[in-house]
Design a protein around this ligand. Structure first.
Ligand code: GLA
Length: 427
């Protein structure tokens, strides 16, 4: 449970949130970044993007709420004589608008990547640099809007201009203004890797902000991101979310081709990744191939009960632009409640929780240690719950476990693993 003081701070922090009516709950969708090979080696084309949209309709993802189809740094090529950004004609022969139209016809929203600086971060497999939006914010915002784009991610590479480093507070404010000026509601994601603690101020300009470095497909990276998010819940809420970066879940198997992506974590670790991203109310943007899913991808990405935790609105939501600023109970990020004494290391066993609608709570018992542990959750961590009978439902298995008083122990939680439950007061 978020203590009253924390809630008061949250309310104060949100007084100045960006008010474009978007992001009342975290966005969900797919991004190209690690789909056709190792992260950064997906050079995207219209056929790939359209086939992913088809697959997400057929496999049921769209109906579970995975609604954005986003292109990362792979699509743009050059500017024309008018300065208008042009998509790579060999990859998008009919242009971006045609792909947006197709994706929209399948019931998805479409997102694009750009960069605040002179060039994007990657060349996307080309032998030349790709222009960023620097000097063209208004023009690019208008172009995106005219193509029907509804989500923009703005990266932070090549932001030293004539020897002077740009200020993210200035640049993101400018792009936010330019996007708003289009008159089309466009979800704005900033990606400056935690520079100048964006959780403290970016909510004025963006609907989500990358809170740190890129999420790499290995446990060190995932564990580091989870740790980094402890204490950040007070900065997130409707309209503005901490973004721990893409979900790396599962993905295609290894091959001899060095460009191929080999899943870098175990299924236990991918489960922890997904569970924690849900507890953290993180944007759920899966960057791996969802056309031919592994079992762990299916278990995670189709888990409607965990998705409901991520998307929970904690009560009535008035999806009215004018009310957004006062809707503090629409969406909420979970946080670390405390630790359980399970080994000689004080931070091996961690208790994370997220408030849910109707006074329910999602609790994740996370084993950050190197060996299997029993993790005991003492109900005194939830003010007012210690005297109650508390019902536990296992959210990964989607099965009721039973009712307990005073404490609950999850036995044999594997190293890097998590047990996750929805708790309700049963008496
Ligand atoms: C940066 C971002 C990544 C990705 C690449 C694109 O590294 O943090 O998420 O967008 O650029 O080149």
């Amino acid at each position: 449970m978020i203590p009253t003081l924390l809630l008061a701070l949250t309310l104060a922090a949100f007084a100045q949130a960006l008010n474009n009516g978007l992001g009342l709950v975290p966005p969900m969708g797919w991004n190209t970044w690690c789909t056709l090979g190792r992260c950064g080696r997906d050079y995207c084309d219209a056929k790939e993007v359209m086939s992913v949209a088809d697959a997400m309709v057929e496999n049921g993802m769209r109906n579970l709420g995975w609604k954005y189809i986003n292109l990362d740094d792979c699509w743009a090529d050059h500017r024309d004589a008018n300065g208008t950004i042009v998509a790579d004609p060999s990859r998008f022969p009919d242009g971006i608008a045609a792909v947006v139209k197709y994706v929209n016809s399948k019931g998805f929203k479409f997102g694009l990547y750009t960069d605040a600086g002179e060039y994007t971060c990657s060349t996307g497999g080309r032998h030349y640099k790709i222009p960023g939006s620097y000097g063209h914010y208004e023009q690019d915002a208008q172009t995106y809007a005219s193509w029907g784009v509804e989500y923009v991610k703005m990266d932070w590479c090549n932001t030293k201009i004539n020897g002077t480093k740009l200020d993210p507070k200035v640049q993101y404010a400018q792009m936010s203004k330019a996007l708003n000026a289009t008159g089309k509601p466009i979800f704005f994601n900033s990606c400056e890797w935690g520079v100048e603690s964006p959780w403290e101020w970016m909510k004025m300009y963006a609907n989500s902000w990358r809170s740190g470095d890129d999420h790499a497909d290995n446990w060190k990276s995932t564990a580091g991101i989870i740790e980094h998010n402890a204490g950040l819940s007070k900065y997130a809420g409707p309209g503005g979310w901490n973004d721990p970066d893409f979900l790396m879940t599962g993905g295609e198997g290894c091959a001899d081709d060095e460009n191929k992506r080999c899943p870098g974590m175990t299924d236990v670790e991918y489960k922890t990744e997904f569970v924690m991203w849900c507890i953290l109310a993180a944007p759920l943007l899966v960057a791996t191939d969802v056309r031919n899913m592994t079992d762990i991808q299916k278990q995670a990405l189709f888990n409607a009960e965990l998705i409901a935790v991520n998307q929970d609105k904690m009560g009535t939501v008035h999806e009215n632009r004018n009310l957004v600023r006062r809707r503090f109970f629409a969406g909420h990020q979970g946080d670390r409640l405390g630790f359980s004494n399970c080994s000689s290391k004080s931070d091996d066993c961690q208790i994370w929780a997220k408030n849910l609608t109707d006074n329910a709570v999602a609790v994740a018992l996370f084993n950050a240690g190197d060996s299997t542990h029993n993790i005991t959750f003492n109900f005194t961590l939830l003010p007012g719950w210690d005297s109650k009978s508390v019902h536990f439902r296992d959210l990964w298995e989607m099965k009721d476990v039973g009712s307990f008083q005073h404490s609950f122990t999850a036995n044999d939680v594997p190293s890097h693993g998590v047990a996750v439950y929805k708790l309700t007061i049963s008496a």
